[in-house]
Design a protein around this ligand. Structure first.
Ligand code: NDP
Length: 310
């Protein structure tokens, strides 16, 4: 073997070891540590924010809340705090429940034209008298940090994404950070919502997986799940996917968040039993959850980078 080849192999092997060591930080046993991955990405985001500020650009996220739904208030506060921590300008708009559709549209128009704002997020659900899709479509596609505008959905479908929805994007980042290569893998997504199931299926397809999307009318769900190298569960039913359905060695990503009793949160997958068969699995809480806000910050900063390069 030539000396050159030997040294190339050594370089490659040491690079591989560094990458592997980095990935091990994100596992505790088989458990994929969403908090650690989110913390790592948030550090990268904070460094990007510092670099952008040096160029005179402060990333800005506008968060709009209509009404006083307690869960929405909690989410909005979490988003504001996360922005603050990352050095992102957070522009909050807390509007009364009786805000009219016209008033909300006028505010969005203002934010679309506000040079300080890179991302606009309207917290859902909106009160019944406001047409949700009309509002989402009024957000400028280049400030659509949630990735729900039909323009951004279309770009995802055609394989040329601009903004990608935060929860499925977070799932993809988790797979990336834990070193799961989807090429040629059988991925089964359980759930076909516009915010999780459908977009995550498209994202897996873009990474060359063979994707099956299951839903409430799917026949033989256990049989479908049993074929999967990667299972992504986004159903909203506590522990509906049984551990015994999981193929030995499969990777399991559980997006579900279900409250059981007063305080306990569980996912859509029967965690303890699934863990016995999976090669890697996300817990609930502490899995996909911390990724969603992280990807919102990520999208906002990507928007600011585009502004900086204009
Ligand atoms: P939706 O209620 O919008 O969608 C649920 C999907 O599950 C639907 O496609 C439905 O099928 C399917 N489904 C329901 N029952 C069954 C069944 N028995 N067998 C197979 N499929 C079934 O939920 P979301 O996508 O909004 O959310 C899913 C879960 O993810 C929830 O627990 C939610 O709380 C959680 N979530 C977590 C986030 C996070 O940050 N971690 C963010 C967003 C969501 P059909 O279409 O036929 O009705």
């Amino acid at each position: 073997m030539s000396q050159n080849l030997v040294s190339n192999i050594q370089v490659f092997a040491s690079a591989l070891m560094v990458r592997r060591a980095a990935r091990e930080v994100f596992y505790v046993g088989k458990i994929i540590d969403g908090k650690a991955i989110a913390a790592e990405i948030r550090e990268e985001i904070a460094a990007d924010v510092v670099a952008l500020k040096e160029q005179g650009v402060t990333p800005g996220l506008a968060v709009v809340l209509v009404g006083d739904d307690p869960a929405s208030r909690v989410y909005v506060t979490m988003k504001e705090k996360a922005c603050e921590k990352a050095g992102i300008f957070s522009d909050e708009h807390k509007l009364p429940a009786e805000t009219t559709e016209a008033q909300l549209l006028a505010l969005i128009e203002e934010l679309n034209n506000d040079q300080r704002i890179d991302g606009i997020l309207v917290q859902l659900p909106l009160p019944d008298h406001i047409d949700e899709s009309k509002i989402l479509e009024s957000i400028s596609p280049v400030k659509d940090a949630d990735g729900f505008h039909p323009y951004n959905v279309g770009r995802l479908v055609t394989g040329n994404p601009l903004y990608q929805p935060c929860t499925p994007f977070g799932v993809m980042k988790m797979l990336e950070y834990t070193g799961v290569d989807l090429t040629g893998k059988a991925v089964v997504v359980v759930g076909r919502s516009n915010i999780v199931g459908k977009p995550v299926a498209l994202m897996c397809l873009a990474q060359h997986a063979t994707v099956t999307i299951c839903h409430s009318r799917t026949r033989d769900l256990p049989g479908k799940v049993a074929q999967a190298d990667v299972v992504i569960a986004a159903v909203g039913r506590p522990e509906m996917i049984k551990g015994s359905w999981i193929k030995e060695g499969a990777v399991v990503i559980d997006v579900g968040v279900n409250r059981v009793g007063e305080k306990k949160l569980v996912g859509d997958v029967e965690f303890e039993a699934a863990k016995e068969r999976a090669s890697a699995i996300t817990p609930v809480p502490g899995g996909v959850g911390p990724m969603t806000i992280t990807m919102l910050l990520y999208n906002t900063v990507e928007g600011a980078k585009r502004r900086a390069n204009q």
